[in-house]
Design a protein around this ligand. Structure first.
Ligand code: FAD
Length: 416
């Protein structure tokens, strides 16, 4: 790159913030646009899992049947409210088209590469944003199975990770005593080293401070982008924002689920749908038996992570549109499951609930890189693993903008 180029990043969630950082690293001068405070949307109280190897796409063979069963379970992980919005049906059709073993294996391979890149990139960032600043912990991940058949299938699945440990239910409890009450209901578990947990919001806040201190960072502008304005000839000429018109050489769209509408207004269809999820955060008191290992309750799709002195529980996939209101029935259902599974883990009487929207693609692969507009770039669609993939996605984006050779075959992450 010759003369210094200016870039505007739209969106101050974990994806926009990491994009801004890696663009600075690549030599751009950067302005970040965020309509609210940074990290307050989907990145605020997510499950906190840095799940670099447990990346399986939601779409898989057998999922449509399982999903139908879940819909009829009172406390099932899935809810579906049909909308008068074609985008919901279009997304579902593409999701169903990806529910086969071949598509799942293809996407898994790409996501594993992105996961490893993200792990390394997060490590590089450690000299700038110290792990302690955002509660990072090398917790390892244990996936526990309630049904013997699901456990047997998981054990039989080939896994390149030779550090994985297959555990009986008693061994699960020996490794993680917080599971003692659930032991009679468990068929077994699989433990992987090297997966971490951390507080995504604290990461956003710490990274935002580092951005502010960077000599080429031009600032975070508190502004709502109303419209991306094209010149009618495959180039973006500026942004209409609540802070007035803004222009730069390059524009990065990283506005989570809202990227969908901003792109649609310039004729770009982004296959994103807001998969609503819930989290609970409960303080851990002295004497509580909180899990040290991060736990995934496979059949119930509930994640448990100790983050600092709190227990974070995340779950549920509700296809109900872009609605973040807390449904008291869903909160009560999750609370009941958590109290049953780990009754002594935290102070559930002082638990707080939160809901957020995972900006999800039908095949679970994010969309990173170029668009038909030569100065508009995308970093969207990280869905259920946006914290995990943030650093790798940002690094790929900055490389693509600079024209660097790709670190792996990442065609599966292009606009499709
Ligand atoms: C319940 C739940 C649990 C999760 N658990 C995990 C987990 O354990 N591990 C993991 O890796 N991931 C997890 N995720 C996913 C992860 O949180 C998301 O993928 C990630 O936060 C998405 O980040 P983002 O920056 O794309 O979006 P966001 O965080 O939503 O950020 C987008 C930002 O853009 C801003 N914006 C939007 N439109 C405009 C506009 N027009 N003008 C200006 N600003 C705008 C918004 O205000 C927002 O701040 C979870 C998500 C949920 C909901």
């Amino acid at each position: 790159m010759n003369a210094m180029q200016e870039a505007i990043v739209i969106g101050g969630g974990v994806i926009g913030l990491t994009s801004a950082w890696w663009l600075l690293d690549a030599g751009y001068s950067v302005t970040l646009l965020e309509r609210d405070a940074v990290g307050m949307a989907a990145s605020y109280r997510n499950g906190g899992q840095l799940s670099y190897r447990y990346v399986a796409p939601l779409a898989d063979a057998g999922v449509p049947l399982k999903a139908l069963q879940w819909l009829f379970q009172e406390h099932g992980p899935l809810r579906f409210k049909p909308e008068l919005d074609l985008r919901q049906w279009r997304w579902l059709a593409r999701f169903l088209a990806n529910c086969n073993g071949a598509a799942n294996a293809r996407t898994t391979a790409t996501l594993l590469e992105l996961g490893e890149l993200s792990r390394r990139a997060m490590g590089e960032l450690g000299s700038v944003v110290p792990p302690l600043a955002f509660g990072w912990r090398d917790a390892g991940k244990m996936v526990v199975y309630r049904s013997p058949s699901a456990f047997a299938a998981a054990v039989a699945r080939p896994d390149a990770d030779d550090s994985r440990q297959v555990l009986s239910s008693a061994e699960c409890v020996a490794m993680e005593p917080a599971l003692a009450a659930a032991q009679p209901l468990l068929a077994g578990g699989i433990f992987n080293q090297g997966e971490a947990v951390a507080d995504c919001y604290a990461f956003c806040a710490a990274l935002s401070q580092q951005l502010a201190a960077h000599p080429r960072f031009k600032g975070t502008v508190r502004a709502d982008v109303h419209r991306i304005v094209s010149d009618g000839a495959a180039r973006i000429k500026g942004l209409d924002t609540s802070a007035g018109p803004l222009a730069a050489d390059h524009y990065v769209l990283a506005a989570g689920i809202d990227s969908r509408d901003l792109a649609a207004a310039i004729g770009l269809y982004l296959p994103l749908y807001p998969l609503k999820g819930y989290s609970l955060t409960a303080p851990i008191r002295a004497g509580d038996c909180a899990p040290a290992v991060s736990i995934t309750d496979f059949e119930r799709k509930v994640l448990y992570a100790r983050i600092g002195d709190s227990l974070r529980v995340a779950a549920m996939v509700d296809m109900v549109g872009a609605d973040t209101t807390l449904d008291p029935r869903r909160v009560a259902s999750l609370t009941r499951q958590v109290r049953q599974t780990m009754p002594q883990a935290a102070d559930y009487d002082h638990m707080t609930a939160w809901a957020g929207l995972r900006p999800a693609t039908p095949d679970s692969a994010p969309i990173i890189g170029a668009t038909p507009y030569r100065n508009l770039w995308l970093n969207v669609g990280q869905g259920p693993l946006g914290f995990t993939f943030a650093c790798g996605s940002a690094k790929l984006l900055a490389g693509a903008m600079r024209g660097a050779p790709p670190p792996f075959d990442w065609r599966g992450l292009a606009l499709r």
